[in-house]
Design a protein around this ligand. Structure first.
Ligand SMILES: N=C(N)NCCCC(=O)O
Ligand SMILES: [Zn+2]
Ligand SMILES: [Zn+2]
Length: 313
């Protein structure tokens, strides 16, 4: 096998020069085969409050210029261990949600059929549904680890089935998930009613609230997750609003009392060895960001996911 093509060499071309790809990696069309691809989905027509996540892929790529090739926490050089590339953005219709979902699924199916694992940068959380549909097509029902302030198992908004508050209810209804191993982490904040929780539990979800992370600690939380997930094919969906607004102000539906970026990275790191088949990072809304705080957090979270995949390559 030939050596992977890595990022642009920052000792020759300064990090701030050139057109941004994720972590300055090659574009997918510039490599023969990618083991992992970072794919942008600039779609935010499913939001219930502040719009703007359509601009996240571009912003996260910009913020990812400073990522370096060696991950000391996991002792891995992800871009040397396997071929990682930037798959560019999926063009999706901002005026027709079902059509956009089909385009997203088609985009990710091209990757999966080529044996490429996707790390998707959204986009609002609606996009998790077509991604999970495709995961199911390839792997059957998958385990799900969902980081979010919100359950996203609500039913409809203004009569609409496909929104950023409903992807995981639709996914359960469509039989996409292995309901023995589905859970949320980072949940907090006011709900519409107590029924939201009983509905969610009936679907099979377990909940680790942000207060549980504080009270139990990262180690205990990770242990419980690992036990539940085992070696099942695992999909990780990360809504950046799982982080406290202090750590991720640039998002559409912020809630006080969230995880720190350190806690999120530590939990992810604790999942080393898991059989991660795909992942997304969603809900970054650059217009509400300050000093790129949120985009930087998202770029590091995506790097963490790629690094975990490299350990399980
Ligand atoms: N998926 C995210 N970020 N938010 C869902 C919030 C749904 C609501 O407006 O109640
Ligand atoms: Zn959320
Ligand atoms: Zn969400």
């Amino acid at each position: 096998m030939t050596e992977p093509i890595g990022p642009v060499d920052s000792s020759r071309v300064p990090r701030f020069a050139g057109i941004a790809t994720f972590a300055r990696l090659p574009r997918l069309e510039d490599v023969q085969h990618a083991d992992v691809a970072v794919m942008g989905v600039p779609f935010d027509s499913g939001v219930s409050y502040r719009p703007g996540a359509r601009f996240a892929p571009a912003q996260i790529r910009e913020a990812s210029r400073l990522l370096r090739p060696y991950h000391p926490g996991l002792d891995v050089s992800p871009f040397a261990t396997m071929q990682v590339a930037d798959a560019g953005d999926i063009a999706c219709n901002p005026f027709n949600i079902p059509e956009a979902l089909d385009s997203i699924q088609e985009g990710v199916s091209t990757l999966l059929d080529a044996g490429t694992r996707p790390v998707t940068i959204g986009g609002d959380h609606t996009i998790a549904l077509p991604l999970l549909r495709e995961m199911h097509r390839k792997h059957g029902p998958v385990a799900l680890l969902h980081f979010d302030a919100h359950l996203d198992t609500w039913n409809t908004y203004f009569g609409a089935d496909y929104t950023h508050g409903t992807p995981f209810r639709r996914a359960v209804e469509e039989g996409l998930l292995d309901t023995e191993a589905i859970s949320h982490c980072g949940i907090r904040g006011p709900l519409y009613s107590k029924d939201d929780l009983s509905d969610d539990a009936r679907m099979g979800f377990g909940i680790t609230t942000s207060m549980d992370v504080m009270n139990q600690g990262v180690g205990a939380v990770v242990e419980a997750m690992r036990e539940r997930i085992g070696d099942r094919p695992l999909y990780i969906s990360i809504d950046i609003d799982c982080l406290d607004p202090a750590h991720a102000p640039g998002t559409g539906t912020p809630e006080a009392g969230g995880l720190t970026s350190r806690e999120l990275l530590a939990i992810l790191r604790g999942l080393r060895g898991s059989n991660i088949v795909g992942a997304d990072v969603v809900e970054v809304a650059p217009a509400y960001d300050h000093a790129d705080i949120t985009a930087i957090a998202a770029s590091h979270v995506a790097y963490e996911l790629v690094s975990l995949m490299a350990l399980n390559h």
